[in-house]
Design a protein around this ligand. Sequence first.
Ligand code: PEP
Ligand code: MG
Length: 315
Amino acid sequence: RLAAQVRTFDGDGRTSDGHKVQLLANVGDPAGAEKAAAAGAEGVGLFRTEFCFLDRADEPTIAEQVEQYRTVLAAFPGKKVVVRTLDAGADKPMPFLTDTAEPNPALGVRGLRTAWANPQILDNQLQAIAEAAAAESADVWVMAPMIATVPETEDFVAACARHGLTTAGVMVEVPSAALLSGPILARASFASIGTNDLTQYTMAADRMLGSLATLSDAFQPAVLRMIEETCRGGAQQDRPVGVCGEAAADPATAVVLVGLGVSSLSMSPRSLADVAAVLAATSFERCQELARIAVESESADQARARVREGLPILA
Ligand code: PEP
Ligand code: MG
């Protein structure tokens, strides 16, 4: 049984028939990067840069940022590290970027939207990321949070290009971005689905409210259809689509995500071994069959039960 064994991850995620699935880590600071490297992560699928500076009243200097980013990159020499630009706002207010008096912070000026009034702060951060990338050997991908439109994607990709950052992608965590994934991925190098916010915004259920947990569930068929649509856009544009929300850490969900066409899963390092074990016991074709069954289900409970039934390793 999955939970009964102590597992380790050998650093090479694959299905039983060898279909590659990169298993990456979510990190928030240099200490987290160390832990992720020790757990065998193939790289970093989400570096939440705002976690380095949440206690700051003022914008960190470029030099301070370079130091933090370099330390994280140094833990993954030669490996992919997806650096997300500051995702300030809502549950992560930053005094120098966000207005805490907004009536609906989750629907307010958060993520990339903070750059509309403060383009210099984004520009400074991209400068710091570029300097850190030049000094370390990690393969640096840059990603914007809370993208909702094609023009936002174009603006972000252009801003990255001005700093020589050529692998620029977007998070898909707003339903509009999932529905527009084709044109968005015609501009961006990659997409990473943030299932925490994509679920929150698809289901109109605050991710912080335990009383709404039955809605805040990536097995909700409507959420799975958003993910399916995002993968369709990725396939159409031949761009990789990953997942970096909590759903990637749940073995049954991970199987469905892979079946829908997701090529990398990023999660808390402690979940890597269990997700790797389930994938290693499941063929890619089986992942696709279970994904179809889940998407065609009529409730989250039904989808989860059917997928778990189809995965003897979780029985
Ligand atoms: C997400 O929304 O799923 C995500 C990974 O971003 P965060 O949890 O930092 O909002
Ligand atoms: Mg998010």
